[in-house]
Design a protein around this ligand. Structure first.
Ligand code: PYC
Length: 330
């Protein structure tokens, strides 16, 4: 019997299950190396805690670790139905909220934390009112446009032209275009049906590998975009991940990738604000903070702000006698 002590919550509608106790001891000089160790020996923990019957298609979370770097307060490993992500924006906003509200981390400077994530160091600022965290802004790893105007032929939809951009994970970004109305034209069923096909076709044409960490590779997420409905937002999006998940939040690494795409095109510049709306109408406030130096790429450092709420404390048992101990998917 394995026990995991979790704090469950959500960031702007998308779940975040923070594993505060019961995570495995990981080896590695960096969080990226620890991520490789987790994938090699402990991926069953991710499947047990994320998939049914303990989780669901959208389940996403994190495990807290001591940092591997002296300039960070905590180390975070991201787990999700889609895998063990190098970085997760909604996941980090929820993790910081739960960790601060429940005293799991003591920041050196109140209102600030530095997080050691597999994709790199992410600085965080948060606003607190009494014991509650009201808003978290993360200063993400550098984001950049990887490839533009990739053409794929999608059965039933025809030719699509799209870009691949990095914001902590690699995204295929599909915008409205001649012959295709974008997100406004798609039902939830159509997003779930078309996205895995788009992801497979894009990965056949582009095999992105991060210039500074070759363990980060391949397009994992598909973003469908459209005009905003909320007058406070600049654009609306829906991100597909895993096998059948649509992010309920505006997606932190996706918003970073989207800003990097618009920055490379000259539609955003340093200092520009970018408010992104999710499929359920929740908002992230993005900003292009600075230029960033990534070899061979026009890169920038984005920040993303959003809120999260804790929904409960959850001690999860994984009983090895249970035939579904390590989760299942339909
Ligand atoms: O917020 O970065 C994010 C994210 C990735 C996958 C789902 N959400």
């Amino acid at each position: 019997m394995h026990s995991f002590f979790c704090i469950d919550g959500h960031t702007c509608g998308n779940p975040v299950r923070l594993v505060a106790g019961g995570g495995p001891r990981l080896e590695g000089a960096t969080m990226s190396e620890r991520r490789q160790h987790f994938l090699r020996d402990y991926d069953w923990i991710r499947r047990a805690l994320m998939f049914e019957p303990r989780g669901h298609d959208m389940m996403s979370g994190s495990i807290l670790y001591p940092p591997t770097r002296e300039d960070c307060d905590i180390g975070v490993l991201f787990i999700e139905t889609s895998g063990c992500l190098p970085m997760c924006g909604h996941g980090l906003i929820g993790t910081v909220t739960s960790a601060i509200e429940h005293g799991l981390v003591t920041p050196r400077t109140p209102g600030r934390l530095s997080v050691d994530a597999p994709a790199g160091k992410v600085d965080v600022e948060y606003e607190q009112s009494g014991r509650f965290v009201e808003k978290v802004r993360l200063f993400n790893v550098p984001a950049f446009l990887e490839a533009s105007e990739i053409r794929i032929d999608v059965p039933g939809l025809g030719e699509l032209v799209l870009d691949v951009s990095f914001g902590g994970n690699y995204y295929a970004i599909v915008e409205p275009q001649p012959g295709f109305g974008g997100l406004d034209e798609l039902s939830v069923d159509a997003i779930l049906r078309l996205s895995p096909i788009v992801r497979r076709l894009v990965n056949e044409k582009v095999q992105p590998v991060h210039p500074l960490d070759s363990t980060i590779r391949g397009v994992s997420h598909v973003m469908w975009t459209g005009p905003a409905r909320d007058p406070r937002a600049h654009r609306r999006n829906a991100v597909f991940y895993g096998d059948r998940a649509i992010d309920r939040s505006p997606c932190g690494t996706g918003t970073s990738a989207r800003m990097a795409q618009l920055y490379a095109r000259g539609e955003l510049s340093v200092g520009s604000a970018f408010v992104h709306e999710s499929i359920i109408g929740s908002l992230f406030e993005g900003c292009v903070e600075a230029e960033a130096g990534i070899p061979g790429r026009k890169a920038m450092r984005p920040s993303i702000a959003g809120w999260a709420r804790v929904t409960g404390i959850n001690t999860i048992f994984v009983d090895e006698r249970d035939p579904y101990a390590h989760g299942f998917q339909l």
